[in-house]
Design a binder for this molecule. Structure first.
Ligand code: ADP
Length: 249
């Protein structure tokens, strides 16, 4: 079986072909693992076909590919928003498809997700948007305050804590989305086309924030079709093409 893995040691995506190598990779802190994963939606639409992927802790991985190639679906499987039709998805040592109810909610606390369209609540301030998840999880006011400040600082928005989203630029709104994703200090950050609505300067700012988080040990997985942005970074890249994962040439 061909397993598409990415290894920090070489900073390059590599194909491993035998079970011995695969076994070795497993012992090196694998945080995301997809084994023969396929996804066909209820309407018969194929989104993923026989995906094998391992991502190690602390890695920064780009997933590129044209629209409709399956990138969003792959991320949705990682945070349990969709289930695979076939195969296993293991994240943070959990078999994601087997999680239900409280166990799924608890699992999601350990994954930060950033969306292309920010998904901010328009009637809430920046601070409220970032802390909404912590509030729902029952954190005390002091604990929320303690976590809020460093998150907003990291994305450069401490001075805009009391602003409403409509008064922020697209880049600022996306940085609120990032602060919300990381305020619970998850070990994994997933970003689905996070720069899709941004100009090159704001896109680069977003990537630099991801790189900073990655330097703190957060595993970062970013989908994008911005080839220029990917080329500007020195991170491993895998490519989706017609629902399959390929090594980037
Ligand atoms: P990408 O993120 O690369 O644009 P997607 O994962 O969104 O790709 O989509 C992959 C394929 O799955 C596309 O053909 C898309 O139309 C289909 N698809 C995505 N979401 C759904 C859904 N909820 N129901 C049915 N088909 C879907």
């Amino acid at each position: 079986m061909v397993v598409l893995t990415t290894q920090k040691a070489t900073d390059k995506s590599v194909l491993t072909q035998n079970s011995e190598t695969k076994q070795h990779n497993r012992s090196v802190a694998v945080i995301v693992q997809l084994d023969s994963v396929s996804k066909t939606y209820a309407n018969g639409c194929h989104a993923l076909v026989n995906i094998n992927l391992e991502v190690q802790k602390g890695e920064f991985l780009f997933i590129t590919g044209p629209s409709g190639s399956g990138k969003s679906t792959l991320l949705k499987l990682l945070y349990g928003d969709e289930s695979p039709t076939q195969g296993d998805v293991i994240v943070n040592e959990c078999n994601v498809a087997a999680l239900r109810g409280d166990r799924l909610s608890f699992f999601r606390r350990r994954i930060g997700v950033v969306f292309q369209d920010y998904k901010l609540i328009s009637r809430r301030t920046v601070a409220e948007n970032v802390s909404v998840v912590l509030k729902a999880q029952g954190y005390t006011r002091q604990e929320i305050q303690r976590r809020l400040e460093p998150s907003l600082k990291l994305v450069g928005l401490l001075s805009k804590a009391e602003c409403f989203p409509e008064y922020l630029s697209g880049g600022e709104q996306q940085r609120v989305g990032i602060a919300r994703a990381i305020v619970g200090t998850p070990p994994i950050l997933l970003a689905d086309e996070p720069t899709g609505n941004l100009d090159p300067d704001n896109s680069w700012q977003v990537i630099q924030i991801f790189q900073k988080l990655n330097s703190f040990g957060v595993t970062v997985i970013v989908t994008t079709h911005d080839e220029q942005l990917v080329r500007r970074c020195n991170h491993p890249v895998v490519q989706m093409r017609e629902w399959r994962l390929e090594r980037k040439s």
